[in-house]
Design a protein around this ligand. Sequence first.
Ligand SMILES: [Zn+2]
Length: 247
Amino acid sequence: MGAEAVEGVGAWEDLLLVHSEIFLRAAKRAGERPLLAVAVANAALGKRQAVFYVGGTMMAGPHAARGGHFFNAVVYIARKLGAAVVSIDGHFPRGTWEAHMEYKFPLYLIYGGADGPPQRYIHRRGHKAVAIPMPPGAGDRSFWLAISHVLKAEGPLAIHLGFDIHREDPTGHFFAGEYLFYKLGEALRGRQFYISIECTSTPKVFASALGSLLAGVAGRGAEPAPGEESGEALREVRRVVSSVFKK
Ligand SMILES: [Zn+2]
């Protein structure tokens, strides 16, 4: 997996695979930015594995562009490929959730429990969506437990990934680190996947988390050791995961 600069722009009509005409009118006020994001998504689709950053995608729903997110590239890729969507971020992906309600693609949500709706709401309203709210203090082992279960989903994966779950992120809610990002990369090594980086965190966290992810994908370097985390958080995540994935 090499680095690549994408040139050119996509077409406004491409947005209609995910977004409505109302959304388009709002998105056009952002100038060419949404079209640059479409071009990146189209370039990613030409590959078997891709990691990209287009300024955030998860808050863009079918009708509402919020948080400066003017194109949901992850939902776009999922709809093009018939892929499942996985979201791993401190935030709840409101736009993607709204798109799930409309398009019913398989959806796996790992998010800060304080930010999103309760798990039972998602399980009741969604179309077999899986919700794993993470308690404050969750770290490498907790996140890996949740993610390793979610990655049992078959086929290509369209993924929102936020580095705000890193222990050095200024929000300070979560304690994931190099271990988690390496393990995620390692688990994705042979698979078809498309990762949109969402919350970038600080430049230092961004470089470290992305480096660990890519090292895991490439099988480069030794597996980092998991960091310290709250035993209480880990027990809570074990309980949630076993309730969600019970046979
Ligand atoms: Zn976030």
